[in-house]
Design a protein around this ligand. Structure first.
Ligand code: GLY
Ligand code: MN
Ligand code: MN
Length: 473
């Protein structure tokens, strides 16, 4: 119960799952704890019950909401990319299997149909080729949804429910940075249903989901902490492993080894393992170059545990010692980061926070003689002088996705989790430094979920120089 301790320490009151559904848990033939088909430990279904209840409270009367799983994305030939559940369906149900559908109809007049799930029915062929699929009882145990049907029944069951509703909430990916030519299952479904039921009123589920997902519950903080702890172990492994001559992908291999052995799904996003000048490429992920003596190694990676992602950046010296200049730039970034973290408190807006971080960075860049007072006087206010060396944002919401669902104009509130990731990139000097931790906002101040991960120059150098490099337990 790490998060319980965190919240107690921080005095942050998380809304606890109330008594909803406790009786219904006891009514099922076995407890959710017994279900362990996934890599991660079973999650208390009260998390999903509460998420549905919160969503339902924000729906209009006489409305039904329909949520779909992600597609199994085709790769090539007869292959698919590994399945990753739709974050919104997972948030509302914990169901982590392709094709699951969740339906919410809070004021449904038909008794027992306020929450319904549909899952794919298994058969002997599927059992032989793919293995176990959820039974209805398992779907109930995981999600807390009592009414579970096979997908084959979905059209008939849904038809009856839709005719009892006036409004239909549909989901789609409304991440404001998402662009894709691929039509998601949600979009394909939205087109079909609007043709079939053209006289209903349609609503977007995402504004509600954004509002809810920004504030993490105690269970979610625990899962994020677990993702951060696995990421910590992977970083320590890298500190012991890195030496001149290794390839960036060998470092990547150490990371994924630690992730997988710890029950993580893998990476929450493509890892950046960037040595030397590659550290100035913000989205570098080729990871195929040699780490050389004198280089820095910038790494940005995070374990995904139970679909919750950590997001870490650390920059280390390949040889085990920073040069004087690298150390000066590193400490400038670290200073900005430490001050920025103190500003992640309720009431600030992300916009004001970013302006303040910009000022901190400006003063560090002046001290490093990377910009001059004159540069600042003549700067374009829309693209200030500091942006030449620090051109990305400092913080984003983190949760089920690395760039999590959010309303970026909402004020910062207790329960939000942000990254804090300042950087200075100097292509002319052949290196960049980025540091990134994950921070829980509480009413008592910021709580660093990555507080245990080495970050001070002396710590990093000491571990690198005392470890028997290249030898991993
Ligand atoms: N790793 C992605 C990011 O830091 O935003
Ligand atoms: Mn990152
Ligand atoms: Mn980040």
């Amino acid at each position: 119960m790490i998060a319980a301790k965190i919240c107690l320490l921080a005095g942050w009151q998380v809304s606890k799952p109330k008594i909803i559904g406790i009786k219904s848990i006891l009514a099922i033939p076995y407890l959710w704890e017994n279900f362990s088909a996934m890599r991660y430990e079973a999650i208390n279904p009260n998390l999903f019950r509460l998420n549905r209840k919160r969503f339902a409270r924000l729906m209009k009367p006489k409305s039904i909401a329909i949520f779909h799983s992600n597609d199994q994305m085709p790769r090539n030939g007869d292959q698919y990319y590994p399945f990753r559940q739709n974050s919104d369906l997972f948030y509302l149900s914990g169901l982590d299997q392709p094709e699951a559908v969740v339906v919410l109809f809070p004021d449904c007049v038909k008794d027992g149909f306020q929450e319904v799930a549909f899952i794919k029915k298994s058969n002997a062929h599927i059992a032989v080729w793919e293995g176990h699929k959820y039974t209805k009882e398992e779907a109930t145990a995981i999600s807390g949804i009592e009414k579970v049907y096979w997908l084959d029944d979905m059209d008939d069951v849904l038809h009856e429910l839709i005719l009892l509703a006036n409004r239909i909430y549909l989901n789609s990916n409304e991440n404001d940075r998402y662009k894709s030519d691929v039509l998601s299952r949600d979009i394909r479904y939205a087109k079909g249903i609007q043709q079939k039921y053209p006289t209903h009123k349609y609503h977007r589920a995402q504004p509600i989901l954004k509002k809810l997902a920004m504030i993490k519950s105690e269970t979610e903080i625990e899962l994020l902490q677990q993702a951060c702890d696995i990421t910590d172990n992977a970083f320590r492994r890298v500190l012991s492993f890195t030496r001149p001559g290794v390839r960036e992908y060998e470092v990547e291999a150490e990371i994924i080894h630690e992730f997988i052995r710890s029950g993580a799904n893998g990476h929450g996003y493509p890892p950046i393992i960037a040595a030397g000048a590659n550290s100035c490429i913000l989205h570098y992920d080729v990871n195929d170059q040699v780490c050389k003596e004198g280089d820095v190694l910038l790494m940005d990676f995070g374990a995904e545990y139970a679909n919750y992602s950590a997001d870490l950046s650390r920059t280390i010296p390949v040889s085990g010692r920073f040069t004087k200049r690298q150390r000066a730039v590193y400490n400038a970034v670290l200073k900005v980061m430490k001050e920025a973290i103190t500003m992640l408190v309720p009431g600030t807006t992300l916009e004001d926070y970013h302006k303040e971080v910009g000022k901190l960075m400006e003063s560090e860049l002046l001290a490093l003689k990377l910009i001059t007072k004159h540069d600042i006087e003549k700067q374009d206010p829309k693209w200030p002088a500091y942006k030449k060396y620090f051109m990305h944002g400092t913080s984003h919401h983190l949760g089920l996705d690395v760039h999590d669902l959010c309303d970026r104009y909402a004020p910062i509130q207790a329960g939000m989790v942000f990254t804090c990731e300042p950087g200075i990139y100097i292509p002319d000097e052949g290196f960049g430094i980025r540091l990134e931790d994950d921070i829980l906002v509480t009413d008592e101040g910021p709580f660093n979920l990555m507080a245990n991960i080495p970050i001070e120059v002396e710590e990093i150098e000491e571990i690198m120089n005392t470890a028997e490099t290249g030898v991993i337990s």
